[in-house]
Design a protein around this ligand. Sequence first.
Ligand SMILES: Cc1cc2nc3c(=O)[nH]c(=O)nc-3n(C[C@H](O)[C@H](O)[C@H](O)COP(=O)(O)OP(=O)(O)OC[C@H]3O[C@@H](n4cnc5c(N)ncnc54)[C@H](O)[C@@H]3O)c2cc1C
Length: 437
Amino acid sequence: MKSAVLGGGLTGITLARLLHDRGSEVIVLEGNDRIGGLCRSRTEAGFTFDTGGSHIIFSRDSEVLSFMLSVLGENADHRKRNTKILYKGRYVKYPFENGLHDLPDEDRFFCINEFVRNLIAVEKGEVPPPTNFAEWIYFTFGRGIAECYMIPYNEKIWNYPVDRMSHHWVEGRIPRPPVEDIIRSAIGIETEGYVHQAVFSYPVKGGIEALVRAISEPVLPAIRTGFTVTSICEEGGRFALSNGHETVYADRLISTIPLQNLLPTLQGVPKEVQAACDALRYNSLCSVFIGLKGNVPDISWLYVPDEKTGLFNRISFPSNYSTAVAPPGHSSILAEITYNEGDAVSRMTDDGVIEHTVDSLIAAGFIPSHDAVVYTGVERQRFAYVVYDIDYLKNIAIVRDFCRERGIDLVGRFSQFEYLNMDGCIRSAIDFVEGYP
Ligand SMILES: Cc1cc2nc3c(=O)[nH]c(=O)nc-3n(C[C@H](O)[C@H](O)[C@H](O)COP(=O)(O)OP(=O)(O)OC[C@H]3O[C@@H](n4cnc5c(N)ncnc54)[C@H](O)[C@@H]3O)c2cc1C
């Protein structure tokens, strides 16, 4: 029984390794000329950057975390998270609710007063249960935290109005500290939120791609790169997978590629299934890489909710994850800008995006001057984040049912079409292989 895995990102490579470990025959078909997907990294001029945005290794799932760290072995650095939010020009500790003391007095009062008023109203049953993500934010945090941070930041990263997003996915993904911690943080008693990420790991060398490469080692001969699957047919009870020049046959098919890439390879897709797939919302990412002479602040990464500072929703400092990712005496910044086809960012040239980012970071004081910039680069990823709009659950059910009927298993971020981090992808792969006939 031979299995074909579509896509050689983290999920596809992990699936191949797990299937191989249990003695199954497997082939991975990856369209790009290198594996890694969103977890690719590039090294140029002595700087290593993650091309799908800044990645760190963390997990609440101890089995998955030890798998990731064990494959990396010596090639893993461990750092204490020092993450901030840039708010009105000052650093606020992350998560925002654990950093209220860092706010200007009036804003701190606004946040804590509204938090308490809202809490009482919710307890008394005066606030109806939320029906969308915006309402969930107000229901959970009150107007102050919502309007100072949660709403602007979320609208920036999702590039979509939060009152048109569903809230079914937030539990466990959005930090929600206990009430006592919010009050402690407002009066200046140190509290830590999102603790399973308080210490994170990162490959010493090679960027996040080193993780995928380490997982791939035992299965390298089973991986075909440069093989973009363009058609999938059934031939004599087997799957025939073609890239237009060559056909690979398999008994089982596991797709880790985006649903938007999978459906066009199939024949006879009903109109309502195609419409449901077309309605699934995602956003794209532009990663801007900047190599600098000298140092950057001692921060892991920084959330930037306001539009005034720049188009980026986050800047990270990879040279604070591992000293081997920048040349001696140098440091690095990675800025992330989300966008959608047709919007203003999608129309900007790469040079335009670099200029905007460097100028904004100089204005905000993160780069001393143009002379300090020794390297710049840009990469775009079409599929970056799943955006859970209001119709998501209805549409995804239609597409999943159709794939199940066609005998195609879906595992991975854009195949399950779920907000899965690396640990979630590996967990999905482990669970899938455990239940595999
Ligand atoms: C900005 C950002 C930051 C992130 N930070 C973190 C983090 O800090 N920690 C964390 O745990 N996770 C993080 N993630 C999530 C992480 O990147 C994903 O969970 C993971 O990389 C998804 O892997 P995947 O294999 O499921 O999908 P992908 O990486 O999307 O892989 C899919 C693969 O399919 C290939 N493909 C597509 N179409 C075809 C075709 N027709 N034929 C053949 N191949 C095809 C693609 O080339 C790609 O290699 C982040 C994600 C983003 C966007």
